[in-house]
Design a protein around this ligand. Structure first.
Ligand code: AP5
Ligand code: MG
Ligand code: ZN
Length: 209
């Protein structure tokens, strides 16, 4: 199964991607997590990406596309994958279309007002990328990742002002992909304001149909 998760920042792409990856036994590929891992290691790519990420802007397509294509060529992608946060521009979508025939693009819909509230309470695992929330997804032990035991952090780009910028960039550059995948007959839209479990159920039900 080759899936794309579309949706605004904070719509729940990362949250759903881990659940779907466990369920379908396919890797979860998040470009945001890859950039953050590179930044932690202070690689040239990470330092370059940081200039854009900290401002809530997209990393340029030429840095992003090759990175994803290399990742998709790895053996663990042979039976499929979940792309979380890629493609994010029409240029990226065209590059992906040229290489692979995806099964579905899942659009997790959440209105902007709810996004701002979600981001304010988000905590993330710096090691495995798992997202948590102070109210909606509390880890078993406060401040500690359930999956890998690392101490949770607040993402630098989750400051209110940067979140608003990311939302504007989403509407301008990424939202057009909804029409792109609709036209290709690949679009599945789910209501992302439901509980985490209900969103996963809506996705898996639509994928079976
Ligand atoms: P990225 O890391 O992908 O960030 P994003 O798209 O802005 O999305 P988020 O990770 O913020 O949100 P999410 O949808 O994963 O939501 P989550 O599950 O955490 O990208 C970061 C940056 O990297 C970009 O700004 C850009 O600079 C760069 N970048 C990445 N990919 C790129 C690309 N392809 N091209 C160019 N640049 C790129 O959930 C959010 C919160 O809500 C959590 O606290 C969670 O617990 C909670 N939550 C989730 N679901 C629910 C629910 N159903 N009910 C209640 N709470 C929920
Ligand atoms: Mg994410
Ligand atoms: Zn973790």
């Amino acid at each position: 199964m080759k899936l794309i998760l579309l949706g605004a920042p904070g719509a729940g792409k990362g949250t759903q991607a881990t659940r779907l990856a466990d369920q379908y036994h396919i890797p979860h590929i998040s470009t945001g997590d890859i950039f953050r891992a590179n930044l932690k290691e202070e690689t040239p790519l990470g330092l370059k990406a940081k200039e854009y990420m900290d401002q809530g802007l997209l990393v340029p397509d030429e840095l992003t596309v090759d990175l994803v294509m290399d990742r998709l060529a790895k053996p663990d992608c042979a039976n499929g994958y979940i792309l979380d946060g890629f493609p994010r521009t029409l240029v990226q979508a065209a590059a992906l279309d040229a290489k692979v025939d995806i099964d579905a693009a899942i659009n997790v819909e959440v209105p902007d007002e709810k996004i701002v509230k979600r981001m304010a309470g988000r905590r993330v695992c710096p090691k495995c990328g798992e997202p948590y929330h102070t109210e909606y997804k509390v880890p078993a032990k406060e401040g500690v990742c359930d999956r890998c035991g690392s101490l949770l952090i607040i993402r630098k780009d989750d400051e209110a002002e940067t979140v608003l910028k990311r939302l504007a960039v989403y509407h301008d550059q990424t939202a057009p992909l909804i029409d792109h995948y609709q036209a290709a007959g690949k679009l599945i839209t789910v209501d992302g304001t439901q509980s985490v479990e209900a969103v996963t159920d809506a996705i898996t039900t639509a994928l079976k149909a």
